[in-house]
Design a protein around this ligand. Structure first.
Ligand code: BGC
Length: 349
């Protein structure tokens, strides 16, 4: 039996009832060690959420009895591959990867498997390989909520003129957000109720790139549009900078995602209209629990799956919550994600 993860569909009947069951082949490498060792390879710490992911994941895994090694690749595929190679050399018992480029990291998964190490894809899907498990939020639903927020605001008898800013082309999530947005927008575009006046992908999710896209939209069309469908809070921030320079901030509706503190402050102040809150505590806690199980070669149950070009990857999906000025307090504040004083009385420069 190869010393790599084995995906065992215990039986059709069983998988219908309880989902996919993952078991682990090989002896594992924990024997010589007191505590299992988990490697976390991250794309970036640029967005605030990833710092929270790192800290909570590490704390939860440590509290459950594991040690964690963290690497961050700063949006560079070659660096991320080296990071994974280094974690393999340090004989981690399980690897958790947040890929910069979902396709490029297939190589990392194959290398880990050759070393008998199971790999979990954290929040972003690794494509074209037999990655063992994928844990994420409902990304298509994120896109649907963003678009629905805007289409609920189509003026009576009129239409909504829209700038669309997608995320990084290298991130499978960016495609899922777009897919969710398209689900809502396409029928309304066909009916003439929504017009996309400008659209582009923000390189590596950079706010500067989103600012440039918004500037280009204004240069091409003038200030004559109603909304910016920004796919996350970072890109929303870039778009709002451009809108501010044109005196349009607060007049144009801007969406987002992540409930970053800066975005929640903008929502409180009225320059951003909504965000999507993805409770990081739930993904980090669940990921730590599942990574530990795989590190200990225990079976894991996943009710859903998603095709990644090579296989149907067992998937665990987590819930999301749309946030506006009306429910900031009952969501992010109540959850302890941000403090009320930080959201509503920010120290503005
Ligand atoms: C995540 C978002 C994040 C974006 C940029 C996406 O894959 O789902 O939460 O804002 O990456 O890091």
């Amino acid at each position: 039996m190869p010393a790599r993860i084995l995906l065992v569909l215990v039986s059709c009947a069983l998988s219908v009832v309880i989902g996919l069951v993952i078991a682990r082949g090989g002896a594992g490498v924990t024997a010589a060690r007191q505590r299992p060792l988990i490697g976390l390879s991250m794309d970036t710490l640029k967005e605030e959420r990833w710092q929270v992911d790192r800290d909570l994941f590490t704390a939860k895994a440590q509290a459950a009895g594991a040690d964690v090694l963290v690497q961050c690749a700063n949006s560079n595929d070659a660096t991320q591959l080296q990071d994974v190679e280094s974690l393999i050399t340090q004989k981690v018992d399980a690897l958790v990867i947040i890929p910069h480029n979902g396709a490029a990291m297939a190589k990392a998964v194959n290398l880990a498997h050759q070393a008998g190490i199971p790999v979990l894809s954290y929040d972003r899907l690794i494509t074209g390989c037999e990655v063992d498990l994928y844990l994420t939020f409902d990304n298509i639903r994120v896109g649907e909520l963003q678009a629905k927020f805007l289409t609920d605001r189509i003026p009576a008898g009129g239409k909504l003129r829209l700038v669309r800013i997608y995320g990084a082309k290298t991130d499978n999530n960016a495609k899922l957000f777009k897919q969710g947005q398209d689900n809502v927008l396409q029928p309304l575009i066909a009916a003439g109720k929504v017009e996309v006046i400008f659209e582009d992908w923000a390189e590596d999710w950079k706010p500067e790139s989103a600012k440039k896209i918004t500037n280009a939209a204004i240069t091409k069309n003038g200030p004559n549009f109603d909304a910016v469908l920004a796919s996350n809070d970072g890109t929303a921030g870039g778009a709002i900078q451009a809108l501010t320079e044109e005196g349009l901030a607060g007049k144009v509706i801007v969406t987002g995602q992540d409930a970053d503190l800066a975005a929640c402050q903008r929502i409180a102040q009225g320059t951003q209209a909504m965000t999507v809150y993805k409770p990081i505590e739930s993904i980090a806690t669940k990921e730590a629990e599942l990574a530990l199980k795989l590190a200990q070669r225990k079976p894991v149950v996943a009710k859903d799956s998603i095709p990644n070009g090579k296989m149907d990857v067992p998937m665990v999906l987590l819930d999301i919550i749309p946030v506006t000025k009306e429910n900031l307090r009952e969501t992010v504040v109540k959850d302890g994600f941000h403090k009320e004083a930080d959201v509503f009385q920010p120290n503005q420069p």
